[in-house]
Design a protein around this ligand. Sequence first.
Ligand code: 13P
Ligand code: ZN
Length: 291
Amino acid sequence: MALINPLKFLQKAREKGVAIAAFNVHNLETIQAVAEGAAEERAPVIIQTTPGTLKHAGVEYIAACVKVAAEKHNIPIALHVDHCPSYNTIVQCIRNGYTSVMIDGSHLPYEENVALVKKVVEVAHSVGVPVEGELGRIGGAEDDLTVDEREATFTVPEEARDFVEATGVDTLAIAIGTAHGVYKWEPRLDFKRLADIRKLVDVPLVLHGASGVDDESIRKAIAGGICKINIATELKIPMAEAIQEVFRAKPGENDPRKYMGPAKEAVKQVVRNKIRLCGCNGLADELEGRW
Ligand code: 13P
Ligand code: ZN
């Protein structure tokens, strides 16, 4: 199966009141862990990379590996570039087969954010690729992107409506109290704000910084209209812990298969759990014929 446009399954998820899990990957093993975990759950899945990962691994390598994963597993897989501030990087990703992009202009003043996103929407839509935008600023650290707590701002519902209308984005990342990375304190989501945004905005809504958010809040967010859940840190931590455990038990281990194997398994378990939490397990079969 070729990589597909995620709107096909995001719309279905929305109809059913479930969400699609989107996982940030960094290397071959994490790509395999996400694809195998999703295939075992029969779930459509979004595999995503930040520009930092593209710098580390190379867009051609990532695209090639994810294409192989999609051919190998009979589930819908989309490849998405996450938090990309650069128009040129987005074009390179599309050129290499990415089927979805996020242009992150959330650091810019509103008008500049709108202008940048519009430009990206124009080029991406001309080749059938959907665009995720962000309004409000999600705090915390995601690769090279660090947003100080004082700079983090919640999404204003009326602004979100105007932003979607002005830019033509297909999905919208909103700031309702989550943050990237490890939480310093218990995250508290603003569900009233989510409901107000949902009333005014008709495109699928995206929750970033989902790692470390309790399951109940994730379920409530999905019931409130979130259709895509972004998870990065909760894959990184078990991966690092599994590797550390191997070296604790055998400090002289030097076979990458011996430490990357358990790491991959640890990531896969989290992928399966998160997919079930999102309620999109089995959804691949309901989409049969639609992708
Ligand atoms: P976490 O690292 O907090 O899971 O955030 C993921 C994310 O939002 C990726 O864009
Ligand atoms: Zn994010």
